[in-house]
Ligand binder design. Structure first.
Ligand code: KIV
Ligand code: ZN
Length: 463
C-alpha cells in the first residue's frame, strides 16, 4: 500500500474510513494510570488537588479508565481517589489494592461514591517474587488471590486482577491463576510486564496462549500493562492488542516506575496513523494529547524529553535545510501527522546552522521583510556564522541581522498587514513530479527545460 498518511480525518485515516478499511475496527479501552503507576515515577508525586486537576484533563481527553491511586498507601492518596471518584462521572475510576483485607476495604471506601468504580487487585505470581519477596508457595498464592477476588466482588462488580511479573511467571501457573480468578468473578485480567523484559513477539505469544488455554477468557477483557525498561513498552502493548488484548494500560508522557510505562499518546497515534496495521479505535480525542501533556509537565515539573514522539518540544520541529525546504513546499514530505491532530499549535521550522535559504526567506517574510536573492544571500551568510555560535537563531537575531545588513535599504514591508499576522502567507507550491521515460518504466533520463533547471538550481540553493 502506498502511504501519504496523516493521522487526522482529512488524510489517511479518513481515506481508510471511506474505503471501509476501518469497518472492522474494534475499540481498545484506554486505562490511564498516570495518577497511580505514573505517580510512582521519581519526582512525579502529586497532591490530591493536582490529581483532581489531572483527572479532569484525562476525562476531557476521553480515556476509558482512570486509575486514581493506591488508597492504602497514604492518607493523601486515599483522599485523592475519593475526590476523583466523587467528581469525575464519565470514565471508570479504579483504585489499586493488594490481595489483602485492609487494602480492599480501603480501596472500596475511597471508591464508593464513584459512578463507575473498579477495584484493581494485584498479586505477584513469578517464582522470583513468590520466593524472595512474598515467601509463599504457589498454592498459597492461588488461595490468597481467590479469597481477595471474592472479597472484592462482595463490594463491586467491576474487578480487575493483575498477576504481577506475569512475563516471568511459569506459563502453566499463570494460566492456572487466571482460570481461578475468572471463576471467582474478575471481569478484567491484566497481564503486566512488570520489569519490562518482554519483546513484542513473546508478549503476543503469551496473550495468544492465555486465550487458548484459560477457560472463560472470552467472557473477560484481556489487558496489557507494559513497562519501558528496554524501550519496548508501546511495541509490546500494540503486539498485545494485535493478539487480542482490548485494554491497554498507559500514562501521559510515558511516565512511570524506572524507565516508565507505555506512552498513551504513542499508542493512540500509532492506531490513528497506521489503521492499516492496527485497525482499532480508541475514544481518545487526539487533539487534546499535547495540552494534557503540558498540564502534566506543569504539575510534576518534569517536561517530556525534547525528542519524545508526539508531545516532545521537537516532535514537529525541523532544522535541516532539506527538510525545511520540503516542509515549506508541502508538509506531507516530512510529517506523517499534522501537529494540529495532536493539539500542537503548528509545525516549527527551527533556524540553525542546518537551515537553508528557503527557511530563512520564509521567516523573514513572516517577520514582514521581503528580500531579493542578493540580500537574502548576504544575510544568510551572516546568519550561518551566528548559528555556529548560538545554535538557534531567534526572531530578534534575524531582525538585527536584517537591520545591519540592509544598511537602511530594507524596511519592514507592512503592506500586507501586521507582520505577526501570518495568515496571508501560503507555502510555495510544489511542482508536480515529471517523468520522461516514454511510458517504458525504465530509469528516466530527464532532459530539463530552462524552467526545470531553474527550479533544480533553486532547490539546491534553498536547502
Ligand atoms: O507493573 C506492575 O506489575 C503493576 C501492577 C500493579 C499492575 O503496576
Ligand atoms: Zn506497573
Amino acid at each position: 500500500m502506498a502511504f501519504s498518511f496523516y493521522g487526522d480525518r482529512d488524510g489517511y485515516l479518513g481515506q481508510c474510513e471511506r474505503e471501509g478499511i476501518l469497518s472492522t475496527r474494534n475499540q481498545v479501552r484506554i486505562f490511564d494510570t498516570t495518577l497511580r503507576d505514573g505517580e510512582q515515577s521519581p519526582g512525579c508525586g502529586m497532591t490530591s488537588n493536582e490529581k483532581l486537576r489531572m483527572a479532569h484533563e484525562l476525562d476531557r481527553l476521553g480515556v476509558d479508565v482512570i486509575e486514581a491511586g493506591f488508597p492504602v498507601a497514604s492518607e493523601g492518596d486515599f483522599r485523592a481517589v475519593q475526590s476523583v471518584a466523587h467528581e469525575i462521572r464519565r470514565p471508570v475510576i479504579a483504585a489499586l489494592a493488594r490481595c489483602c483485607r485492609e487494602d480492599i476495604e480501603q480501596a472500596w471506601q475511597a471508591l464508593e461514591a464513584a459512578a463507575h468504580p473498579r477495584i484493581h487487585l494485584f498479586l505477584a505470581t513469578s517464582d522470583i517474587h513468590l520466593h524472595h519477596k512474598l515467601k509463599i508457595s504457589r498454592r498459597q498464592c492461588l488461595d490468597q488471590a481467590i479469597e481477595a477476588v471474592r472479597r472484592a466482588v462482595s463490594f463491586c462488580d467491576n474487578i480487575e486482577f493483575s498477576p504481577e511479573d506475569a512475563t516471568r511467571t511459569d506459563t502453566d501457573f499463570l494460566c492456572e491463576m487466571l482460570t481461578a480468578v475468572i471463576e471467582a468473578g474478575v471481569t478484567i485480567v491484566n497481564i503486566p510486564d512488570t520489569v519490562g523484559c518482554a519483546v513484542p513477539s513473546d508478549f503476543a505469544d503469551l496473550i495468544q496462549t492465555i486465550r487458548r488455554r484459560v477457560p472463560g477468557i472470552e467472557e473477560v477483557t484481556i489487558s496489557a500493562h507494559c513497562h519501558n525498561d528496554l524501550g519496548l513498552a508501546v511495541a509490546n502493548s500494540l503486539a498485545a492488542v494485535s493478539a487480542g488484548a482490548r485494554q491497554v494500560e498507559c500514562t501521559i508522557n510515558g511516565i512511570g516506575e524506572r524507565a516508565g510505562n507505555a506512552s498513551l499518546e504513542e499508542i493512540v497515534m500509532t492506531m490513528q496513523v497506521r489503521p492499516d496495521r492496527y485497525p482499532y479505535c480508541t475514544a481518545v480525542v487526539s487533539e487534546y494529547l499535547f495540552p494534557v501533556s503540558q498540564v502534566l509537565a506543569e504539575i510534576t515539573g518534569m517536561q517530556a524529553q525534547p525528542n519524545k514522539a508526539i508531545v516532545g518540544r521537537n516532535a514537529f520541529a525541523h532544522e535541516a535545510g532539506i527538510h525545511q525546504d520540503g516542509m515549506i513546499k508541502n508538509p506531507l514530505t516530512y510529517e506523517i501527522m499534522t501537529p494540529q491532530s495532536v493539539g500542537v499549535p503548528s509545525a516549527r521550522l527551527i533556524l540553525g546552522k542546518h537551515s537553508g535559504h528557503h527557511a530563512l526567506a520564509l521567516r523573514c517574510e513572516e517577520l514582514g521583510v521581503r528580500l531579493d536573492r542578493r540580500d537574502l544571500d548576504l544575510i544568510y551568510r551572516r546568519f550561518l556564522a551566528l548559528a555556529d555560535k548560538i545554535k538557534i537563531v531567534g526572531d530578534h537575531d534575524i531582525l538585527e541581522l536584517i537591520g545591519k545588513t540592509a544598511d537602511g535599504r530594507l524596511s519592514l514591508d507592512m503592506s500586507e498587514g501586521n507582520p505577526a499576522d501570518k495568515s496571508h502567507l501560503s507555502p510555495i507550491p510544489i511542482p508536480p513530479p515529471k517523468r520522461d521515460d516514454g511510458g517504458q518504466g525504465s530509469a528516466p533520463f530527464v532532459v530539463m527545460n530552462e524552467r526545470e533547471s531553474e527550479q533544480q538550481e533553486d532547490y539546491l540553493w534553498g536547502v
